[in-house]
Design a protein around this ligand. Structure first.
Ligand SMILES: *Cc1c(COP(=O)(O)O)cnc(C)c1O
Length: 474
């Protein structure tokens, strides 16, 4: 018997029982999936069109019990799942999931907190704030910067560049909030020739148009002298977007030098470090990002290198007052917390939002400081092991300096590279994606999963050798 406001109520356990039945089924299917990974071919066995035909049966008239829904979903999805969390998956730049982060993500769903306000959801707000402080410490970024949790690095780039836009226009005497963008001074945006496409996307959302490309070196790093020249060529508000972690080479732009030049021209410096920012969390690799802390905003993903479940990006802005002026809202029905840390919804574009920073808290707690560094170091070591072994194979060229997690390989002509890439994917032992870099078709290997071990590297290399042999046999 429970008492609410002096009224005694008999509450049955019916609803709780329904949750338990559905969650027990989900738990069984999730464990089955995770346990299938070590022995499983990486690729899906069925394509989206075939699967759509199965998912899209006419919606029945009557309700179905939750456990049966979960069973049906798992059964239908199983053959169409890509083993992205497999230690043998090296496609695009995609992390796996640390156990503590995955379990925390389940709790986030069960808690069902709308993580917008400190007043309403103090538990998730506090966990996210703590995760944010740990991130600033680990990445060597200024204490007191605002940390917001976005869907990914695209969203985080949007936040950083939105803050940049507001700040440089304000410095130019233009009130963006009141007067909008029409008629504003033109904001010049300068980016390296090999920035990620999501930077362009964020700039498009922000009405800033196409950025001006600055020349890069052979590893895709922005050339500081070229940046200086470009900035000198005109005046007015400017944003410089640097990159920590080139998608193909893993190289980082020269942060200290580029930030100095940009600041000398009054520009805001944003860093897209979706995966490469994590080099800063490793004493071994931090030197590649010297001067990182002098920039003004940073975007990274937690769902790549940190290995939390999708979706989780991190937007960090050195000037809290700027990002909160862009995204903050005061209305009659919100309860704002105007003291130090600010409310979560003032740091990202969304109002309502899942507490996606909580898995970050759990991931960092489970790894500890040394564990984060070891995670990064191991990813790099595996990438370098790939590169060393591939270089010894006849007819194989590793095209980049393997300084981080990315390896770009050519097997000779573009046609041969494409054909061997297709053979590797069809075989299913490992998954590596094709791309184009430095004027050539490449096989790109991205080591981003905490679960990858030496054996995964060995069997994946054997699969590559086998694909080459099959190609040679015609
Ligand atoms: C993945 C990636 C992005 C985009 O991140 P999402 O999480 O997919 O939104 C941006 N920049 C770089 C360098 C990336 O690798």
């Amino acid at each position: 018997m429970l008492q609410f406001g002096g009224i005694e109520v008999m509450k049955t356990h019916g609803q709780a029982g329904e949750y338990r039945a559905a969650l027990d089924r989900a738990h069984a299917h999730a464990s089955g999936w995770l346990e299938s990974l070590p022995a499983r071919a990486v690729g899906p066995r069925i394509n989206a069109d075939e699967l759509f035909a199965k998912f899209s049966a006419p919606l029945q008239e009557q309700p179905m019990d939750a456990g049966s829904v979960v069973d049906e979903l798992a059964r239908l999805a199983e053959p169409g799942l890509m083993a992205m969390p497999s230690g043998r998956f090296f496609g695009w730049v995609i992390g796996g999931t640390l156990p503590a982060a995955l379990a925390a993500d389940w709790l986030v769903s069960a808690w069902d907190q709308n993580a917008a306000m400190r007043f309403a959801t103090p538990a998730t707000a506090a966990a996210e704030e703590a995760a944010g402080i740990w991130l600033l410490e680990l990445l060597g970024l200024p204490a007191g910067a605002d940390v917001g949790f976005t869907t990914g690095a695209t969203g985080a780039n949007f936040v950083g560049l939105a803050a940049a836009r507001a700040h440089v226009l304000n410095e130019a005497g233009w009130d963006l909030d009141t007067d909008g963008l029409a008629g504003a001074p033109r904001v010049r945006v300068l980016v390296g020739g090999e920035r990620h496409a999501s930077v362009d996307l964020a700039l498009k959302y922000l009405g800033l148009g196409k950025p001006a490309e600055v020349a890069v070196d052979a590893q895709g790093r922005l050339i500081p002298g070229a940046l200086a020249k470009a900035l000198e060529a005109a005046s007015g508000p400017a944003i410089v977007c640097l990159q920590a972690g080139n998608l193909h080479s893993g190289a980082c732009d020269p942060m200290a030098e580029a930030a100095d030049i940009a600041h000398g021209h009054g520009a805001w410096v944003h860093v897209d470090g979706a995966f490469g920012l994590w080099a800063a969390a490793s004493p071994t690799h931090r030197h590649r990002l010297a001067g990182l802390e002098n920039c003004d905003s940073w975007a990274t993903d937690a769902h790549k290198t940190l290995n939390v479940p999708y979706d989780c990006g991190v937007a960090i802005v050195s000037r809290p007052e700027v990002v909160r002026s862009v995204f903050g809202v005061h209305t009659s029905y919100l309860v704002n917390d105007d003291r130090g840390p600010g409310d979560p919804f003032e740091k990202v574009p969304e109002f309502s939002r899942r507490a996606r920073g909580v898995p970050v808290w759990a991931a960092l707690r489970s790894l500890g400081r040394s564990g984060v560094a070891a995670l990064v170091d191991e990813l790099v070591a595996h990438a370098q092991a790939f590169a060393q072994a591939l270089e010894r194979m006849p007819g194989v060229d590793v095209l980049n300096d393997v300084v981080f997690t990315q390896v770009c390989v050519s097997f000779g002509s573009d046609e041969r590279t494409r054909s061997i890439t297709a053979r590797i994917i069809a075989d299913g032992t490992t998954w590596m994606s094709g791309s184009r870099w430095a004027g050539r078709d490449v096989l790109r290997i991205s080591v981003s999963n905490w679960a990858t071990d030496d054996d995964d590297v060995t069997v994946s290399l054997a699969a590559v050798a086998q694909a080459i042999a099959a190609e040679d046999a015609g």
